[in-house]
Design a protein around this ligand. Structure first.
Ligand SMILES: Nc1ncnc2c1ncn2[C@@H]1O[C@H](COP(=O)(O)OP(=O)(O)OP(=O)(O)O)[C@@H](O)[C@H]1O
Ligand SMILES: Nc1nc2c(ncn2[C@@H]2O[C@H](COP(=O)(O)O)[C@@H](O)[C@H]2O)c(=O)[nH]1
Length: 218
């Protein structure tokens, strides 16, 4: 029987990083609603919830001791301290999705990106860094989000170039000027990455089938 297209592909790990406020969360929501093959990695964090955030949807909100227990038990694929809070990506949902051929989207900082890239799962990583069109626009976006105090916004702006300094570690780097434009670019990246030869293991059997057919016809 002919090999089935996509039958044994491992899911991609799509990592989005950027300075805070450049638009990762907004972009992630768009991608997830447009593509049912992609699931979101819901991080654990010790940060308190923002208005409207729901436990288990945006984040798993945990205490510092609970987070440290998760680290000790090896339950996190990566973890890092960002803006004074702990954040980490739970391992089990990602591994389950990967082996079921479903892709996972991460909204994580450069430290998390580095850890996953350097892990045994690194082969399946597609990493995308999002730049703001200008620092002035970045600050405007942080303010317009209306969810952080002036102090928090000042702290995030102060650390923004430290995050940007890791841009060259990523496979793709995009400037988020227009949401429709960047959304289309990210979707193209995902589509092309799914088509890489090493992500289509069924092709080996398919080509073997072509060879048999060729022999039989001679
Ligand atoms: N292309 C864009 N043009 C104008 N506003 C945008 C654009 N992209 C995102 N925004 C707005 O900028 C604000 C910050 O975006 P978002 O929360 O997605 O950033 P983020 O990178 O996820 O930040 P954080 O790292 O803090 O979670 C939001 O109010 C969002 O609506
Ligand atoms: N290394 C990780 N970074 C993470 C994770 N989840 C989120 N983040 C990053 O933290 C900052 C701040 O996020 P916010 O929701 O408090 O604005 C942002 O850069 C996120 O990408 C994680 O699991 N690991």
């Amino acid at each position: 029987m002919a090999a089935q297209e996509g039958s044994t592909r491992r899911g991609l790990l799509i990592i989005l990083s950027s300075p805070s406020g450049a638009g990762k969360t907004t972009l992630a929501r768009r991608l997830l609603s447009a593509d049912p093959q992609i699931g979101f990695s819901v991080s654990a964090t010790t940060r308190p919830p923002r208005p409207g955030e729901v436990n288990g949807r945006e984040y798993h909100f945990v205490t510092r001791p609970e987070f440290e227990d998760m680290v000790r038990r090896g339950e996190l694929l990566e973890h890092a301290e960002v803006f004074g809070n702990l954040y980490g990506s739970p391992r089990t949902p990602v591994e389950t999705a990967m082996s079921g051929g479903r892709d996972t989207l991460f909204d994580i900082d450069w430290q998390g990106g580095q850890q996953i890239r350097n892990s045994p799962l690194g082969r399946e990583v597609v990493s995308i860094f999002i730049l703001p069109p200008s620092m002035q626009e970045l600050e405007r976006r942080l303010r317009s989000r209306g969810q952080d105090s002036s102090n928090v916004i000042a702290g995030r702006m102060a650390r923004s170039m430290a995050e940007v300094s890791h841009w060259a570690e990523y496979d793709y780097v995009l400037v988020n000027r227009d949401l429709d434009e960047i959304d289309a670019k990210v979707r193209s990246i995902v589509a092309v990455e799914r088509l890489r030869r090493d992500r289509q293991p069924w092709l080996t059997d398919f080509v073997r089938g072509l060879a048999h057919e060729f022999q039989d016809a001679r």
